[in-house]
Write a protein that binds this ligand. Structure first.
Ligand code: FES
Length: 104
């Protein structure tokens, strides 16, 4: 089990990266929903972010891989454009425990 952070640490329209017992993961809050994915691009298996905690495109509406620019839907992890179009980020199940995001 890994305690990632408090819900309040994750601002609307932002992302945070973590090392967890399931390897590197990141969380995004978008439209008041929280999503957690494995930090691994389906194209080459590399980490996605271009700077620490920066997983979103310039508009903040899609997840973007910094290596070749693949774009992923925030709510499904589906790659919409780029070299791995049609592939999907690996969604990570989590629980909210006492206001904190916890991976089990
Ligand atoms: S490694 Fe992510 S798009 Fe190529």
């Amino acid at each position: 089990m890994t305690d990632l952070c408090a819900i309040s640490d994750l601002d609307e329209g932002s992302s945070l990266g973590f090392l967890s017992h399931r390897g590197p993961v990141f969380a995004v809050k978008y439209d008041n929903e929280i999503y957690v994915y494995q930090n691994e691009c389906p194209h080459l298996g590399v980490n996605l972010e271009f700077m620490e905690d920066e997983f979103l495109d310039a508009d903040g509406t899609l997840i973007q891989c910094s290596t070749h620019g693949a774009l992923f839907a925030i709510d499904t992890g589906l790659c919409l454009a780029g070299p791995c179009q049609g592939d999907q980020l690996t969604s990570i199940a989590f629980s909210i425990v006492a206001g904190r995001i916890v991976l089990t």
